[in-house]
Design a protein around this ligand. Structure first.
Ligand code: SF4
Length: 415
């Protein structure tokens, strides 16, 4: 058994080097802009109207990406109490509380990762979309008050069943209404051709990211959920740029080669799972090791799929952005979400589903109103629910989760 285990190991993805460079460029460019005052810096929620901001000459920073860094570096818990002391409950989004707490303490993992950067890039404007949750608006408003910069955004729909023209026109009008404030802050006149180009690049990035994720439909899968949450960085922070497009062309060709060569990310893949809900950022390595040891591949997730924006159309930029940012899983009704998970089960030939109940993110935890049971009954695919959190590891029990996951995989073997 010891010899067998020795053979199992993480398969390094060669494109990681290029991905790290894309991320480094992102942070160094932002740092230089914030220090010099040009170009202007916009902070944007992760599924906010980033294309409009790029078209208007802003460099775009995503606080949720920073929240994920705080989680992955396991530094979040040292900051959450600072935000609690400022009046933000330990029960709300731990991205928010760890990010605000880190700001209050004047610390950031960016400074440890990138020499010469000492702080997060100060914003000239904050732009949110409440399509994912209300927390992002509260989060950005806090910075708006603290730093004295404009905080504007889009008030989205929630629990959307079918996305209709009424939804699209309402959100599209709100995105257009952002333009005058953005012109005033950036000093640039809005140019529709620049917006079309940003939407074109975002669409291309989205297509490549989707194709990248879909390589995991192959058996064995060349890519795991734990790879994807790392390699999605450019799709989050650099969508709308040529750099992101170049990166995913590169990554995709490597994964296609793995498929051609029959190389699986998990040696001797026995089972294929779907991850529903937020990652547990501080436990990525431990969980991926557990699945590797169990010869089980987590092949796909709702989370990584959330940066696929199929509706983007450069010829109709405002309406297509409105549609893309409303069609997202997190915005939709339970019925639409269950249909979507059903399609993913088929596409990725999934044996089981892990529902992560992230205590501080009810918005992206879908096992509180019976969905996990309905999916199992309707699709015949078993599930397990694990309790945890995206960033606050005090809400995660290692022992309990490992026991549950091992038992679940054993149960799959019995089927
Ligand atoms: S969706 Fe969840 S994790 Fe993301 S910002 Fe909202 S509450 Fe936080």
């Amino acid at each position: 058994m010891a010899d067998e285990k020795k053979k199992l190991g993480f398969k390094k993805i060669a494109a990681t080097r290029m991905m790290k460079q894309v991320m480094a460029n992102h942070f160094y460019d932002l740092d230089a802009a914030a220090k010099s005052g040009a170009p202007k810096v916009a902070w944007c929620t992760s599924v906010g109207p980033a294309e409009l901001l790029r078209a208007m000459g802003f460099l775009v920073y995503f606080p949720e990406n920073h929240g994920a860094m705080l989680g992955a570096t396991r530094t979040a818990m040292g900051y959450i109490s600072q935000a609690n002391a400022a009046g933000y409950s330990p029960d709300i989004c731990s991205y928010l509380t760890s990010d605000v707490g880190a700001f209050l303490k004047g610390e950031t993992p960016i400074s440890k990762a990138y020499d010469g950067i000492t702080e997060v890039p100060k914003p000239d404007v904050l732009v949110y979309n409440t399509n994912q949750c209300r927390d992002v608006k509260d989060w950005f408003m806090w910075y708006g008050r603290r730093l004295g910069v404009p905080c504007i955004g889009v008030e989205s729909f929630c629990n959307v069943d079918e996305v209709t023209e009424t939804h699209v026109k309402t959100i599209s009008a709100q995105i257009k209404n952002l333009v005058p404030t953005l012109e005033a802050v950036s000093g640039e006149k809005f140019d529709i051709d620049k917006l079309k180009e940003a939407v074109r690049l975002s669409r291309r990035c989205s297509e490549l990211w989707e194709e990248t994720l879909k390589t995991s439909a192959a058996t064995p899968s060349p890519f795991t959920f734990f790879d994807a949450v790392i390699h999605m960085g450019p799709a989050v922070v650099a969508r709308g740029t040529q750099e992101a497009v170049d990166y995913y062309e590169h990554l995709l060709s490597e994964l296609k080669q793995r498929i051609t060569d029959g190389v699986g990310a998990v040696e001797g893949e026995r089972f294929r799972l779907y991850w529903e809900g937020m990652p547990v950022w501080g436990k990525l390595r431990d969980l991926s090791t557990l699945f590797l040891d169990q010869q089980t591949c987590v092949v796909a997730s709702t989370y990584c799929n959330s940066w696929i924006f199929a509706a983007f159309d450069p010829d109709n930029p405002f309406d297509s952005m409105a549609r893309a940012y409303t069609e997202l899983f997190i915005v939709r009704s339970d019925r639409a979400k269950e249909d979507y998970i059903g399609r993913m089960i088929e596409c990725y030939d999934v044996d089981g589903i892990i529902f992560h109940d992230a205590k501080t993110c009810p918005n992206n935890s879908n096992c509180r109103y019976g969905m996990h049971r309905r999916v199992t009954e309707d699709k015949g695919v078993p599930h397990v629910v694990i309790n945890g959190d995206l960033n606050d590891l005090r809400l995660y029990s290692e022992e309990q989760t490992v026991t549950q996951l091992e038992a679940f995989i054993e149960q799959l073997g019995g089927r």
